[in-house]
Design a binder for this molecule. Structure first.
Ligand SMILES: [Zn+2]
Ligand SMILES: [Zn+2]
Ligand SMILES: [Zn+2]
Ligand SMILES: [Zn+2]
Ligand SMILES: [Zn+2]
Length: 499
């Protein structure tokens, strides 16, 4: 899973330009600087390129810049796993292009051409027989329009169980998606082999009684489709983030597009960044930027702090614990007074890959930061509940506690035991700000209710749309009657335990 990378270097062309312009800016008189800044901010806002404008751009390849300190030896690890196949009912099972050919037997999967249909038959045959028997001929999909939203979810999970039982094996994640997001009218859930698709996103399906317009979500489905297609073809991308050293602490604007326009200083790389790379950029930035944003809202002394300790509770390795180099770019480079950033990841579901620990915790630091002895210190506490961590010798008092998309309101618990109350009590006891995010607007009030049902807290930030949420869409199952697509860290709230 892991690949060792020696001496991996980042480019420095963009940041040099930014440093120069910053110095020039400093030379101006205060008054001039003030007006210039306003003009600059205004123009960047106007010139910021959002994800929708990037839909048509071709994939941008990472630039391999040579940096001047190439004699330095450094061991870091690059985790290069290929993203898994994602099933979308109206995209070809082989190549993810728009489908024109539907499997005649089950009617639940589709292909771009007859050629791919033939090619896909071997991969699909075994499952097709069962799907046809259970869903299509067996009438398993004919009840869908009459079910309530909750029953519809339960029903789809039940169908998976039945299919797995007949197949005598577990379904792969993409096979489950055939049943989780079936080929039905997105308005009334009517199943038919003759559905028409939205001519713009080419993903959402409609029956003859329903209009093929779905204005509100179409653009986001276009992004979703573009991301899946490019991910299928190219695997993960590694967006280049410039090293923009700030002379004074940078107060984040509350807009991701604006921050990026400022950071990249409208470089060619920035202007030509495609939709997929831009989504990936936001996806790897959302954890550090949401943390920094929360720090600036809730820690009074954020500009002068020299050591900052963050606890990330309920961490998941593949989301929160990779791309750790991004923390350096956004914390050390934005906050010139910060010397040590300590990140502590804790979670019962945190599982580390079989790679030497010193490589997993190694965060690549630029030579400028290194020369000042600045560092990002990482520790993992896999398979551990937060309350147990707090009572252990490894406990270090945090300045900020983070729970990213935790689902505190779910009482199903971990291995059948609801352990959140103990954890909630423990993180409130620290009496430091606690940042909580959720996938949707509807979830965050439930998170707050859960916390308040356990212990008395003060609200530092009422739930609001997080400006640094991921813009990479995922399909929604848990609350698909409310919104069809979800985003990591979409809503944000900050609380603090009362003494
Ligand atoms: Zn195809
Ligand atoms: Zn089939
Ligand atoms: Zn319909
Ligand atoms: Zn559409
Ligand atoms: Zn640095």
């Amino acid at each position: 899973m892991g690949r060792r990378k020696r001496n991996s270097k980042k480019f420095s062309g963009v940041n040099q330009k930014i440093c120069e312009s910053k110095i020039l800016e400093k030379l101006n008189s205060d008054e001039e600087e003030e007006t210039k800044k306003k003009e600059e901010d205004f123009s960047t806002l106007e010139n910021a390129i959002d994800v929708y404008q990037r839909l048509k751009l071709p994939l941008v390849h990472s630039m391999q810049h040579q940096s001047d300190d190439s004699d330095e030896e450094e061991d870091t690890v690059v985790l290069n796993f290929w993203p898994r196949f994602v099933f979308v009912s109206n995209l070809c099972l082989i190549c993810m292009e728009r489908s024109e050919e539907i499997c005649e037997s089950c009617g639940m999967v589709s292909y771009c051409t007859v050629k791919h249909k033939k090619q896909g038959w071997l991969k699909h045959r075994e499952l097709c027989e069962v799907l046809t028997e259970v869903c299509t001929n067996g009438g398993g999909l004919s009840f869908l329009p009459n079910l309530t939203a909750d029953d519809y979810r339960v029903y789809r999970l039940k169908l998976i169980e039945i299919v797995e039982c007949r197949l005598k094996r577990l379904l792969e994640p993409w096979e489950k998606e055939i049943l989780l997001y079936p080929r039905v009218c997105c308005s009334c859930r009517y199943f038919s082999k003759a559905l028409k698709y939205c001519p713009t996103c080419e993903i959402e399906l409609f029956c003859k009684d329903h209009d093929d317009k779905h204005k509100e979500w179409c653009q986001d489905f276009q992004v979703f489709r573009r991301v899946l297609f490019m991910q299928h073809r190219n695997g993960h991308v590694d967006p280049e983030i410039p090293d923009t050293f700030q002379n004074s602490p940078l107060h984040l604007p509350n807009n991701f597009d604006l921050l990026m326009a400022q950071l990249y200083n409208r470089s060619t790389y920035y202007c030509s960044m495609d939709c997929y790379t831009y989504c990936s950029l936001s996806h790897i930035s959302t954890i550090p930027l949401t943390t920094l944003y929360s720090m600036q809202i809730s820690c009074q002394d954020w500009k002068n702090i020299d050591t900052f300790v963050v606890h990330v509770i309920g961490a998941e390795f593949q989301f929160e614990c990779i791309n750790l180099h991004v923390w350096e770019k956004f914390f050390l480079h934005f906050l010139p007074n910060l010397k040590h950033l300590k990140l502590i990841f804790i979670g019962p579901e945190l599982r580390l890959p079989a790679v030497p620990l010193n490589l997993l915790t190694a965060v690549k630091i630029c030579s400028a930061c290194k020369s000042f002895g600045r560092c990002v210190n990482v520790s993992f506490h896999p398979g551990k509940f937060y309350h147990n961590f707090c009572r252990s010798k490894q406990f270090i008092k945090p300045h900020l506690v983070c729970l990213f998309n935790p689902g505190l309101y779910r009482e199903t618990g971990f291995e059948g035991r609801d352990t959140w109350p103990e954890t909630i009590r423990e993180f409130c006891k620290t009496q430091v700000p606690v940042c909580v995010t959720s996938y949707t607007k509807h979830e965050i009030p439930r998170e707050m209710i859960r916390i308040k049902s356990i212990i008395d807290v003060e609200t530092i930030l009422e739930p609001e749309k997080n400006p640094f949420a991921s813009i990479k869409p995922d399909r929604n199952f848990v609350s698909d009657d409310a919104v069809p697509l979800i985003y990591k860290n979409y809503y944000l709230a900050i609380i603090r335990g009362k003494s």
